[in-house]
Design a binder for this molecule. Sequence first.
Ligand code: ASP
Length: 315
Amino acid sequence: MTQNRCVGTVWRATAPVLVVHGGAGRIVPEELSAARAAAARRGLRQSLAAGMTVLRDGGSALDAVIAAVLVLEDDEQFNAGRGAVLTAAGGVEHDAAVADGATRRAGAVTCISGVRNPVLAARAVLERTPHVLLSGAGAHELARREGLALVPVDWFVTARRQQQLTGIQARPELTGGTVGAVALDVAGHLAAATSTGGTTGQLAGRVGDTPLIGAGTWADDRSCAVSATGDGEALMLSVFAHEVDALVRLAGLSLGAACHQALRETEARAGTGGCIAVGPDGTVAMPFTSAGMFRGAIDATGDPRIGMFAEDTEC
Ligand code: ASP
């Protein structure tokens, strides 16, 4: 099997650290218009700013990743919240998860379609229930009880996603657009959050890797926080995020090497993708085997770094 190039930088950041992604996929300079590239860059910067404000004020990694993902869910160019991709039936089904490295607990929702910000519903599962994953009507009812903003399903549907579903766009879409964040706060705690509409034209009821703790989302203060994106079925079959954790914690690999090896396991299951990851020592890894990945990072010392293409070496 030919291996895709696995690129993306690994660097040592200074706490607090925040890393975000806006999805992996066929993101190449020839196919991304200047306008869309600028919009993606703007969205990633705003997300980093929102999460970093929390971290600089001494807030928790969990609060920071949720603040960062909220911005991307509300930005309709990404595949989460409003602007998420549509199912084969033309519906919207959101998946989201949050993981808290300090407590090693997590919360997630799947197949919901009326909660404005799915990441807040995932947080409600973590903080307000004894469960880890709630689906459909039950998750929606929890969100209602918690007073989260509810919107009609039509509110999520954009013309661009309708055109993408019916295949009438002049050019196939770039795919990707799932969003995620990982953070290390000043107290040394890690957290991760991921949110998605899944894949264009997926069967109604399909669940991807995002809300499956250990597949698309993971955080454990002993090892790493990980948010994945890409071919969900392959990420699930390789239990991707927990594979990264296990390679760091049990096999003693560096975070960068662990991410690369886990992506190879995903590739062996016929999938490409990428992830963002941060360790307790501030090591940041953001590798991908897809053509590109929307990504950004910031730490205590520097300006935000943004990357999209394989050629972007800054990030
Ligand atoms: N991993 C997501 C899913 O399969 C999709 C993506 O990241 O683009 O639901």
